[in-house]
Design a protein around this ligand. Structure first.
Ligand code: RNT
Ligand code: ZN
Length: 422
């Protein structure tokens, strides 16, 4: 690990190098500090939640692999693990909760009964740390989702049940947003789809649209709650047709003024989420990202510092107003230390955003001047600029470990806390 003085020296060199290219590293770091990342609670316990069901019942095409010891089993354990992760991540961030993570006091509370009171422990925790909260209805891992259909189910009773759940989720989202004085993004994803060729795709999609209109019929103040909806290409068990496809939700969002959630794993493997951001921002004021890493399919691998991640971050910054893009993470890996998985993915998201904020303005200027040779040359040279020295300094200034030193802290936590979980 470098000494504090070494970090400082490297930073000064980097600052001058960037200044020579017209990049203000101090301004870039300040801008990075204004971009919150919404950490997904479900990485901490393999999407299990606190309704006392077993992971085998996850359903909805979701799959968590691995059995690394130390899974959080209670809200307090999950919060403790999040505190550990947040202690080694620079900046102030958000937590993204699923409805299944309420504190139900050991009582069976069905999804159509869930309410804001079940999340008061989370509100207190978030308030104490200056964090914002985001929210999701949980439309999987439930007997009434066993057919792989929820809001688009042909049975009106089943649709009603999920409409009620999703309505409650929005109200909870608004309560979280009001309590914390920062709008909660409530993201709706339903697994609805067909394993084999449906005879009537249109009817299912009409039912989904009608159900969504019922879910959203009560207006909520944007200062408290922002509604997002999440399309998907396919899932395990819905290979032939996903009712809530990209086209379905893009049209829905444009006509109903909702946020579109773009998940990096929800497209064909050769499609780039990065390229979609500017297209949808033409028609929607704000969007939500689920930054994930699909490997061959929507595998939800831990986010690493790939070209695709750099490209996504670049587009978030290049659109001119990063506040229009809510950045959340969405992956679940139980084959490695779960706290480390949060830290790795979140630090990588931030590093990618920093690289984007440090992009030399000459690249865009070359394009504007029609000099595509210079654009390519400068893009390639920029890859070797000392962004890592700026990142190290950013971490040091935020009083979090520099470089791989965070792993020692997580290992200590593993020995002292996680190992005792049996
Ligand atoms: C599923 C969606 C969805 C979930 C979480 C748990 O494919 O990506 O966002 O991963 O809600
Ligand atoms: Zn997602």
């Amino acid at each position: 690990m470098p000494s504090a003085a070494q970090v400082e020296t490297a930073f000064e060199f980097a600052r001058d190098r960037y200044a020579g290219l017209g990049v203000d590293v101090v301004a870039a770091c300040a801008a990075l500090g204004r971009i919150p990342i919404s950490l997904h609670c479900w990485q901490g316990d393999d999407v299990a939640g606190f309704e006392h069901r077993d992971a085998a019942g996850l359903g909805g095409g979701l799959a968590v692999t691995g059995n690394y010891p130390g899974r959080a089993r209670t809200p307090d354990e999950l919060r403790s693990d999040l505190d550990m992760a947040l202690a080694v991540i620079p900046g102030r961030h958000r937590l993204n909760l699923h409805a299944s993570y309420g504190e139900f006091g050991g009582r069976p509370v069905d999804r159509d009964q869930v309410e804001a009171a079940h999340f008061s422990g989370w509100i207190d925790w978030a308030k104490g740390r200056g964090l914002g909260l985001d929210f999701n209805p949980t439309c999987f891992a439930h007997p009434r989702a066993a057919d792989g259909l929820t809001l688009s189910h042909a049975d009106r009773g089943i649709r009603r049940f999920w409409i009620e759940h999703c309505r409650r989720a929005r109200e909870i989202g608004a309560a979280l947003g009001r309590a914390l004085a920062t709008p909660c993004v409530t993201n709706l994803w339903v697994p609805d789809g067909f394993k084999d060729t449906p005879a009537d795709r249109l009817a299912a999609r009409e039912r989904l649209a009608a159900s969504l209109d019922e879910v959203f019929d009560r207006p909520l103040p944007a200062a408290h709650n922002l509604d997002a909806v999440e399309p998907k290409l396919f899932g395990i068990g819905s290979e032939a047709c996903t009712v809530g496809s990209t086209e379905f939700y893009l049209g829905y969002c444009i006509t109903r003024r909702k946020l579109l959630c773009l998940d990096a794993g929800h497209f064909h493997p050769t499609e780039s989420l990065a390229d979609k951001i500017s297209s949808v921002l033409l028609y929607l004021p704000e969007i939500l990202l689920h930054v994930s890493r699909g490997v061959r399919w929507d595998s939800d691998h831990v986010v690493t510092l790939t070209d695709e991640l750099l490209a996504i971050a670049r587009e978030v910054v290049a659109c001119g107003d990063p506040a229009r893009v809510h950045v959340g993470l969405d992956y679940f890996d139980a084959s490695i230390n779960r706290v480390a998985a949060w830290v790795i993915g979140t630090r990588n998201m931030l590093r990618a955003l920093l690289v984007a904020l440090l992009e030399p303005p000459a690249i865009r200027a070359a394009e504007q001047a029609g000099d595509l040779t210079a654009r390519l040359a400068l893009q390639e040279e920029a890859k070797g600029l000392p962004s890592a020295a700026v990142w190290d300094h950013y971490c040091q200034s935020a009083d979090v470990p520099v470089g791989e030193a965070w792993l020692d802290d997580v290992r200590r936590y593993e020995r002292t806390v996680l190992a005792g979980r049996g």
